[in-house]
Write a protein of this length. Structure first.
Length: 263
C-alpha cells in the first residue's frame, strides 16, 4: 500500500468521525508509517475534502503545541499547525451549539491578520510584526476526533491539529500599539477566572509562533498570504465546554471576545 493510499484512508476516517461525532482510535498503531511528514499529507487531503463537502475555502492557519509544557507532554520539540476554513468561523455573539462536537474545548488566543506575504526560511519576530496589519482577541474551539483527547503528534497533525471553530473579536488593533509579549490576559468561564498570564506564554512572544509557521511552511513550498488569519496558539490550558457556558478572553490593550454555547 503506497503512502498516498494511507493518507486518503485516514483522511476519510477523520472526516467521517467529525460528521458522525464519533471518536476514533489513534492511527499510529494501525499505520506505523504515519510520521510527521505523512501526517501533514493526511491533513492536506482532509482539508481538501472539507473544502469540497462544505463548499468552503481556506482563510488562514492555526498553531498548536506552542507551550513548552504541551510539547514536553507530547514528546515533541516544536509546535504543529492546522488550516482554518471559512466554515469554521463564528461571529461573536452568535450562540454556538455543542451538538456537532465530540468533546469540544475552548482556548484564548491572539489572532494575527497579515497585509503582506511572509515567506521563510528566515522569518523573524520583527518580520512578523512588520507584516501584521492587525491583531485581535480570539477564542478557538478545538475538538479532537480521538478518544479521550489521547493522540500522538502525527495523529493530531492528521486531524488538522484538532481544529473546529474560531471567533475573532470585532475590533482590530495595530501590533505597533501594544506590547504583545507583556500584554496581560484574563480568561473567564461563566464569569469565573480560569486563567491569567501574558502574551509571552506563547513561545516567549506570540509573533514567534507566526515566524515559526512561515519558516515551517517554506519547507513544503507554502507561505503566509495577505489577508490570512493566523491563530498564534493557546495562552492557557483548554477548558472543556458544557451547554450554557460562556467564555470571555480579555487582553490589555486589545479588548475582549466572548463565546456563548447552547445544547
Amino acid at each position: 500500500m503506497i503512502k498516498t493510499d494511507v493518507a486518503e484512508i485516514i483522511a476519510k476516517e477523520l472526516l467521517q468521525a467529525e460528521k458522525s461525532r464519533t471518536a476514533v482510535n489513534q492511527f499510529v498503531e494501525k499505520y506505523p508509517e504515519l510520521n510527521e511528514e505523512l501526517a501533514y499529507q493526511v491533513q492536506e487531503r482532509l482539508v481538501e475534502m472539507k473544502e469540497k463537502e462544505e463548499n468552503t475555502k481556506r482563510v488562514g492557519w492555526k498553531l498548536g503545541l506552542t507551550s513548552k509544557a504541551k510539547q514536553e507532554m507530547m514528546g515533541v520539540h516544536e509546535p504543529s499547525y492546522g488550516v482554518l476554513l471559512e466554515s469554521m468561523q463564528v461571529n461573536e455573539g452568535e450562540p454556538i451549539s455543542i451538538a456537532p462536537f465530540i468533546h469540544a474545548k475552548a482556548e484564548p488566543e491572539i489572532a494575527f491578520i497579515l497585509n503582506k506575504e511572509l515567506i521563510g526560511p528566515h522569518v523573524s519576530v520583527a518580520d512578523v510584526l512588520d507584516t501584521t496589519q492587525f491583531v485581535a482577541p480570539a477564542i478557538e474551539i478545538i475538538d479532537s476526533r480521538f478518544y479521550g483527547y489521547k493522540f500522538t503528534l502525527a495523529d493530531a497533525v492528521s486531524d488538522n491539529s484538532s481544529s473546529s471553530r474560531f471567533i475573532i473579536g470585532e475590533r482590530f488593533y495595530s501590533p505597533k500599539d501594544v506590547d504583545l509579549k507583556r500584554m496581560g490576559f484574563v480568561y473567564r468561564q461563566n464569569g469565573e477566572v480560569v486563567a491569567t498570564g501574558a502574551g509571552a506564554a506563547v513561545m516567549g512572544h506570540p509573533a514567534r509562533a507566526i515566524a515559526w509557521l512561515a519558516n515551517k511552511l517554506y519547507r513544503v513550498g507554502k507561505s503566509l498570504k495577505p489577508g490570512e488569519v493566523i491563530l498564534s496558539g493557546s495562552l492557557s490550558a483548554a477548558i472543556e465546554i458544557s451547554p450554557k457556558d460562556q467564555f470571555t478572553a480579555s487582553f490589555d490593550g486589545i479588548g475582549s471576545v466572548s463565546a456563548i454555547f447552547t445544547e
